[in-house]
Design a protein around this ligand. Structure first.
Ligand SMILES: [Fe+2]
Length: 263
């Protein structure tokens, strides 16, 4: 990707996302959070990209993936007033439609367009497809890691500063003193939990902790440990033996992954 291409994509993203803002703090707040999330995910993906010696055009592709990974969130919220994909539509697919309708990626070479679209399409999928070329896989892996690092930050910062979590960001889940055993079992089995098992805010916290089983790049693991967001989220969970056991499994995984090669 050429430098001027990336500049044009950034300009389009700014204009497009700002077109959803109304000036009303209450209704704009979830969208502003997504704009800020996008900026930090771009920083994260560039940081992870540098850690694997990505340079030049390929680094710019990675940044474009960061820029567009949640582009579907804006029309999703505008139409459905939720970020819950199960109660609306898959925001990754919606993002691809948005980019196609606006022909945003049409001036890029075909292979670059495909790599960006693949990375967006699978950034929130339970698992990655196995039939994609290695050139595409790196961007799919980068965005999944970069996105997780920032989602942990958003939640951990709210808990650290005792701030109210934006209802749309917690997908309107009730803050109940309960949790779903399916999610705890996923953690015990060292796999990522399923969105459809979330019934309460605790389930969302546990689901986020389960994402450590899906991290790929060594630098993501280094950052996850250094930033301390997982521990901050874990501290807000109920003081229960089964929950403590699951959290310990997550922290052990982080330690183990930090001293072994990625899967
Ligand atoms: Fe997303």
């Amino acid at each position: 990707m050429q430098k001027d291409h990336l500049i044009r994509l950034k300009t389009w993203f700014d204009t497009y996302t700002r077109s959803f803002l109304t000036g009303e703090t209450l209704s704009d707040s979830p969208l502003v959070l997504k704009i800020e999330h996008t900026a930090r995910v771009c920083d994260n993906i560039c940081h992870l990209g540098r850690s694997i010696d990505l340079t030049g055009g390929r680094m710019r592709i990675a940044e474009a993936v960061g820029l567009f990974h949640d582009v579907g969130r804006f029309v999703q919220y505008h139409r459905y007033r939720t970020f819950n994909d199960r109660e609306s539509v898959n925001h990754a697919s919606l993002g691809i439609n948005v980019l196609n309708e606006a022909a945003v990626l049409d001036t890029l070479p075909g292979d670059e367009k495909d790599m960006i679209a693949d990375a967006i399409r699978f950034h929130n999928a339970p698992a990655l497809p196995e039939n994609k070329p290695p050139g595409s896989m790196v961007f799919m892996r980068l965005i999944r890691d970069a996105d997780k690092l920032d989602i942990w930050k958003v939640f951990a910062d709210c808990y650290r500063h005792h701030q109210r979590l934006e209802p749309a960001i917690v997908q309107h889940l009730p803050d109940l003193p309960t949790w779903n055993d399916n999610i705890l079992n996923a953690i015990t089995d060292k796999r990522i939990a399923r969105f459809q098992d979330m019934k309460s805010l605790n389930d969302f916290k546990l689901l986020q902790l389960s994402w450590v089983f899906d991290l790929y790049f060594p630098e993501t693991i280094i950052q996850a440990k250094k930033r301390g967001h997982l521990a901050a989220i874990a501290r807000t969970l109920p003081d229960d033996r089964a929950v403590r056991h699951a959290v310990a499994g997550v922290m052990d995984q982080l330690e183990e992954m930090g001293i072994t090669d990625p899967k």
